[in-house]
Design a protein around this ligand. Structure first.
Ligand code: ARG
Length: 590
């Protein structure tokens, strides 16, 4: 779903970027031209990037659609329309229109390329910023479970959520990162039990020693059903708010939180609010009462409360017969809490696709409870993450720690950097952190959320291919050119393009740069950062082609050199902005 469908954004004014003006202009020219060739000119005008061989900047295939009603060939119509467009003198960013086998190809004027470069130079870190909406956009993401290690399974939510949050901030919203820890599941109860039982194990101080406790208690529970009952009793005491038990939970939460924070530190991620399921136990019970009162849920003879969602969705339990609430019930209370505190314009949840049904049920129940805000709630479910190491099970101690993955990525990046450059130790440390962590993020973000990811760290960190390191490397190449130019005391000029012809490699690159706001818009509207990853990879390729075809520091004339420096500077700006929206740092050297 797009949030464009959710909200009334009609009163918002987006900044006007050259690419958007150029598209508008082309559309208007086309409409006018069509009026004089066709009586019915209401065919949909779709403007796309032309095939490369055709060279133009925008292409339209509307003539194929018109051919049937006009009883002429698309080729004939295209030729007529193009002539009309070219006769029109009100052209600023569109230079000409060429008919190619029934398609219409628009070519942008030098004024367009100049305007695009100017706006990037002026906009800097803000180039691409949009106003797609306003108000608070809550992003519920990462949300690891207390008492369990933060394993790679959580990394996708953490990284995807962070990028979505950044995209929404860049699009006009006030983004709020919300971390809703799973701190009241059976794993916490089992760990409390383990703490009481295993006095001889080394103290539980980090997530690894915690895992030892967890594995051991699971083994013993398996062998002894009475222990399982004990754990269940603890869970009930947590639900009932028993103080002594809650203090023990608090200790476990502290140990977990320290580990989570180390990971967030490595990833450069901050949350505006951190809370946990346990905080919503009491409110959840009130929602159960409300649901029964409103007649949307029924209390069965044994005390179980079930909310009726059929036929659209399966019914589900709101309260067990022993009076305890469920994950879903607590999510009802949480949603109310978020609404009360933030009056959000958007409320997103980023979790594994396993929870698709869960969130459908949560939103449906909210609707039945009469919560208008349920229309502003969106769940983004993503696929699984596979490592070469195989499937994860914390119960059996088969866990890949996120921290280890991140550190391995840094090590791999370090090897690569040491092989190719000679920097001092501190510099190498700094660069390999940016590259290693950035590579992991990029590899996860560039896959469509719905798809599963199988993840080979070596390939992920490679400087070649469709990787984050490749994009970062492109950024560094641009930086290097600018640094050298500065050493030679020449910086990008102030008078771009006007007097000068712009060649195809330059045009391709500048047009790609100008497209950035469009990439931001579709990534933000669809909550899909991979659109931005694709864009940055394409942009990096355009830069390589430009770099091969156009000498910059060794350009033939001063004007040409100035113009190209300006293009290089713009490339650096846009790559930097794009990486930032993915939560990836751009190194100056690597
Ligand atoms: N802690 C949960 C898990 O690991 C995810 C929580 C998602 N957020 C929510 N509001 N339900 O599965």
């Amino acid at each position: 779903m797009e949030f464009g469908e959710l909200l009334d954004n009609s009163c918002l004014v987006n900044p006007v970027y050259a690419i958007i003006s150029a598209q508008k202009e082309a559309r208007k020219l086309l409409k006018n031209a069509l009026k004089s060739v066709a009586t019915r000119a209401d065919a949909e005008i779709l403007l796309l990037r032309p095939k490369e061989a055709w060279q133009g900047d925008l292409s339209c295939s509307v003539c194929f659609e018109l051919a049937r009603t006009l009883k002429k060939s698309p080729k004939e119509i295209a030729e007529e329309v193009a002539r009309k467009v070219n006769e029109n003198h009100k052209k600023i960013f569109v230079e000409k229109c060429e008919p190619v086998n029934g398609h219409l190809n628009f070519f942008f004027s030098p004024a367009f390329f100049e305007a695009a470069l100017k706006e990037i130079r002026k906009g800097k870190g803000d180039f691409g910023r949009l106003k797609l909406g306003r108000g608070v956009a809550l992003v519920d993401y990462s949300h690891p479970n207390v008492g369990k290690p933060m394993h790679v399974g959580h990394i996708r939510s953490t990284i995807l959520g962070d990028s979505i949050k950044r995209l929404l901030s860049f699009s006009g919203y006030k983004s709020v990162g919300f971390n809703y820890l799973g701190d009241s599941g059976s794993q916490v109860a089992k760990l409390v039990l383990a703490m009481q039982k295993f006095k001889d194990l080394p103290e539980m101080t980090n997530e690894k020693s915690m895992l030892d406790y967890y594995v051991k208690i699971n083994q013993e529970i398996e062998a002894d059903a009475a222990l399982n009952e004990e754990a269940r009793g603890i869970l009930e005491r947590i639900e009932a708010g028993d103080e002594k038990t809650l203090r023990e939970v608090e200790r476990i939460r502290e140990v977990s939180m320290k580990a989570f924070e180390r990971n967030y530190g490595l990833l450069g991620i901050v949350f505006e609010e951190v809370t946990g399921e346990s905080a919503f136990v009491n409110d959840a019970k009130k929602r159960v009462v409300e649901a029964v009162k409103k007649g949307i849920a029924i209390r069965e003879a044994d005390g179980t409360v079930i909310v009726k969602l059929e036929p659209e969705l399966p019914n589900t339990v709101l309260m067990r017969s022993n009076g305890t609430t469920l994950y879903l019930t607590r999510d009802l209370a949480l949603a109310d809490y978020k609404w009360k505190n933030y009056k959000f314009a958007l409320n997103l949840y980023v979790t594994a696709a396993e929870q698709n049904l869960h969130f459908q049920q949560v939103f449906k129940t909210l609707e039945k409870l009469g919560r208008e805000y349920c229309r502003k709630c969106v769940h983004i479910g993503f696929g699984l993450l596979f490592l070469e190491e195989g499937k994860i099970s914390s119960r059996e101690g088969r866990v890949v720690f996120l921290e280890d993955v991140l550190n391995n990525a840094r090590e791999l990046a370090k090897e690569e950097i040491k092989r190719t450059c000679e920097y001092d130790a501190q510099m190498i440390e700094e660069i390999s952190t940016k590259v290693g962590i950035g590579a992991v993020k990029f590899a996860l973000l560039r896959i469509t959320p719905e798809k599963n990811i199988s993840f080979d760290l070596k390939r992920v960190v490679s400087f070649q291919g469709d990787t984050g390191a490749y994009v970062q490397y492109t950024y560094v190449r641009a930086s290097n050119i600018l640094r050298k130019a500065l050493e030679q005391r020449t910086s990008p000029g102030r008078r771009p393009l006007k007097a000068l012809a712009i060649n195809d490699a330059e045009k391709n690159l500048v047009r790609a740069l100008a497209d950035f706001p469009i990439a931001v818009e579709s990534a933000a509207k669809q909550f899909r950062p991979h659109i931005l990853c694709d864009y940055l990879l394409d942009l990096s390729n355009s830069f390589s082609a430009f770099y091969d075809a156009c000498p910059v520091l060794k350009a033939e004339t001063l004007e040409e050199r100035n113009q190209r420096l300006l293009i290089v500077e713009a490339t650096k700006t846009v790559l930097g902005n794009g990486l930032r929206l993915l939560g990836i740092e751009a190194p100056e050297r690597m």
